[in-house]
Write a protein that binds this ligand. Structure first.
Ligand code: KG4
Ligand code: ZN
Length: 351
């Protein structure tokens, strides 16, 4: 994205390590994304059926520096060329966050560059702005990741108003837990989505929690329990077609709820732009349903590039750069870091 000439031009190094992906990137406010690199720990956590926090932290330590070297090499810029370092300060796994924070602050200290802690969800929220045809403000954003499901009104950088959120499980969590019940691997989202393509619609009906509630909140734990009830005692001898039918029923139910709440949020705010961010935003069935609704109801829906839906360093470098453009003093030469494993997005509002 080309930015206004009046804003300061800078190169920001981004460091993401909040969960099971180590992401490093260099974002230049004049030339866009210079380079980015990612290491996913999925294969390592797979055999445990979920993320093992201690293993995650150790792996971030192993990966971060080589990825950083790769990114500087790819971008063809020396370390001295960066203006600031942005790292994910939270929310996320405490140990994993500490790795990224300590590496970012250590590098900042050695290069005499200021550092800035970035909110992971702000990274997701702004990631569609990295696309070639970015949305203009204001827009409604559906943030659907492994730990969060929120509808936000976004009026500008730092101007976020929470419209609704899940009262229990996040959408990604529902995908992962339901996939596990079906004996699929971790992370379950992509696996259950692929399997659903082979299922027949309507064989099973699953609940659509809070579909008709007046507010913009979500609830997904009942959906997961309904999947459990369906497959209980049968998982050992459930046939592949039936598994696919359950997967289809699950995906249809969750997509219905997510789409209905997005439509309600657009109606409530009167806005015509919808942005989808976070890992579940990579889901094809959700994208198809939203695209169909957008065509019918005449609004526009924006997605991040597929590779920037799930965790990555580019969105952190970008969010850091956007923050610094509106307030260059936001990055400090204060290298005594702390991380925020729990950190509501509303706390970073600037207006
Ligand atoms: O945003 P993200 O990478 O990490 C968090 O910040 O949580 O999101 C990860 C979540 C996981 O729950 C994963 O199963 C889900 O996103 N996910 C998907 C798909 N790709 C990733 N869910 C449904 N369909 C997908 N294609
Ligand atoms: Zn994330």
């Amino acid at each position: 994205m080309e930015l206004s000439k009046k804003l300061p031009i800078m190169i920001v190094l981004g460091v993401e390590s909040s969960c099971d992906e180590t992401g490093i990137a260099l974002y230049d406010t004049q030339h866009g994304l210079l380079a980015h690199a990612l290491h996913s720990q999925v294969a390592m956590h797979e055999e445990y059926g979920g993320v093992v926090p201690e293993l995650a932290s150790r792996d971030h330590i192993r990966r971060a520096i080589p990825l950083m070297e790769q990114v500087f090499r790819q971008a063809g810029v020396p370390r001295s060329a960066i203006d600031a370092i942005a790292y994910t300060q939270g929310p996320g796994l405490a140990g994993a966050l500490l790795v990224g924070a300590s590496i970012a602050c250590g590098l900042g200290l050695s290069l005499d560059k200021p550092v800035l802690g970035v909110h992971h969800l702000e990274g997701h929220l702004l990631s569609p702005l990295l696309a070639s045809d970015p949305p203009e403000f204001p827009f409604v954003a559906l943030l659907v990741s492994g730990g969060h499901t929120q509808l936000m009104r976004v009026d500008g950088i730092g101007q976020y108003t929470l419209l609704g959120e899940t009262v229990d499980d996040a959408a990604g969590e529902a995908f992962d837990k339901s996939a596990k019940l079906l004996g699929l691997g971790y992370p379950g989202g992509p696996a259950i989505s692929r399997l659903a393509d082979f299922g027949d619609a309507g064989v099973y009906e699953l609940p659509r929690p809070m579909l008709h509630s007046k507010d913009l909140n979500f609830s997904f734990s009942g959906l997961k329990t309904a999947v459990l009830t369906l497959v209980k005692n049968r998982i050992a001898n459930i046939c592949e077609q039936d598994k696919a039918n359950v997967a289809r029923a699950f995906v249809d139910a969750i997509v219905d709820v997510l789409v209905a709440k997005c439509l309600k949020a657009l109606k409530q705010t009167g806005l015509k732009r919808l942005v989808i961010a976070g890992g579940v935003g990579a889901n094809r069935q959700l994208r198809d349903a939203l695209d169909a609704a957008a065509q019918k109801r005449r609004f526009r829906v924006y997605y991040p590039e597929l590779e920037f839906c799930t965790d990555n360093g580019a969105m952190i470098a970008f969010a850091g750069a956007m923050r610094l453009q509106i307030n260059p003093d936001a990055a400090k030469r204060d290298y005594a870091f702390n991380v925020k494993p729990r950190w509501p997005l509303e706390e970073i509002r600037t207006a």
